[in-house]
Design a protein. Structure first.
Length: 376
């Protein structure tokens, strides 16, 4: 149970007494809510079908036996079989013959055991499933309470899955909100909450007041607008990225409180055009921004209070000469961005360095950018 990759992070009871159909419907519907894994659901259905076949065979066997041995009509034979198998023993429609008594004994020994076996499997599936749901819910709530400085992904469709994959590879904490259980199939290992992201209670449950950012990629602009409005009210300082589908929706989402708005169709069109016009540039940018690339990465590194780099020029820092890292741009706290800074450019607290280099070298720069005691 998630698109431009880096751009998104460019900122921060009852049971009826004896009703087999009701009983089986109860099992199936409850389990479909509890079991999200298709393999387990397939196994569950296989067991239920086996039980149904066994019970059907026993009823057919008993009905046919009474009709042949006693010569009773179909309804009387079916009634006698069902009352025998369920051990109700309400009354006998006819006095059975000696052969009928022997057949009834055989039916009780074989049939009642089958029915009890079926009911045992059904009860075990319900109890195990409900216990699994209770403990799973408690574990999820505990993990959500412990989250802080995380991102919330609203929607786990094709875009949501891409976002989740990128964040996971960057080891960034996140939680997914998705109301469709089927969309969460195969999301093992992903912290996901089933619910409607347009509801304030669901957003609060994911710890929105402690979150660093929210990414809304729901299917419609209206849903994304609701999420942005709610999120901005619940956390005024939240970094919010929303997807815009229709033309003209971008300004509405920005007015509603989104920090950035992304139009996949617009960006996809530009990307395709640039692939034709500037293929080498596109290949380089894709290579530099692809997660998991060990040779070259482009990262943003913020200079924190107490960093050893504060007040030094890029030459004095030794970032380029000693580490071989290229500083492509420096974004200052004022919002001004200096592209291709010279070696005399001074690093100040709050600056964000757009750096290009090997992953291990970039990690060294990140350590230098941290304030004293930040890593402890």
């Amino acid at each position: 149970m998630l698109l431009p990759d880096r751009e998104l992070l460019d900122g921060p009871s009852h049971l009826c007494s004896v009703n087999p159909l009701f009983f089986l419907r109860y099992i199936v519907y409850n389990q479909e809510e509890i079991i999200r894994n298709r393999g387990k659901m397939k196994e569950f259905r296989r067991r239920i079908i086996q039980v149904l076949l066994l019970i059907s065979l026993m009823i057919a066997f008993g009905t046919a036996g009474y009709m042949v041995i006693e010569g009773w009509n179909f309804l009387d034979s079916l009634y006698m079989t069902v009352t025998t198998l369920t051990t109700v023993g309400y009354r006998e429609v006819h006095e059975p013959s000696s052969r009928g008594m022997v057949f009834t004994i055989v039916l009780i020994v074989s049939g009642v055991g089958t029915v009890l076996y079926a009911l045992t499997i059904g009860a075990r599936v319900i109890i195990e499933g409900e216990l699994r749901e209770i403990f799973g819910r408690k574990k999820l709530e505990k993990m959500l309470r412990e989250l802080s400085g995380h991102y919330i992904i609203c929607g786990y469709g094709r875009m949501g899955k891409i976002i989740a994959r990128e964040l996971r590879e960057e080891k960034v904490k996140f939680v997914v909100i998705e109301k469709d259980p089927e969309a969460l199939d195969g999301a093992e290992g992903t912290l996901a909450l089933k619910g409607d992201a347009t509801h304030d209670e669901v957003l609060k449950e994911t710890g929105i007041h402690k979150a660093r950012g929210l990414i809304s990629v729901l299917p419609t602009d209206a849903e994304n607008l609701f999420v942005v409005l709610s999120a901005r009210v619940l956390n005024p300082n939240l970094f919010i990225v929303a997807r815009a589908i229709e033309e003209g929706s971008e300004q509405k989402l920005l007015r509603a409180g989104a920090t950035k708005v992304v139009s996949p169709y617009h960006i996809g069109g530009l990307r395709m055009a640039h692939t034709v016009l500037k293929p080498t540039v596109v290949d380089f940018l894709e290579f530099a921004t692809r997660s998991g690339n060990l040779e070259l990465q482009m990262e943003e590194i913020q200079i924190q209070e107490g960093s050893s780099l504060i007040g030094l020029t890029l030459e004095e820092c030794g970032i380029g000469k000693e580490l071989g890292v290229i500083i492509v741009a420096i974004k200052q706290q004022t919002g001004e961005t200096r592209f291709n800074p010279t070696f005399r450019s001074t690093v100040r607290v709050g600056d964000t360095l757009i750096a290009l280099g090997e992953r291990s070298r970039l990690e060294s720069v990140e350590e230098m950018a941290k304030g004293k005691g930040a890593g402890s």
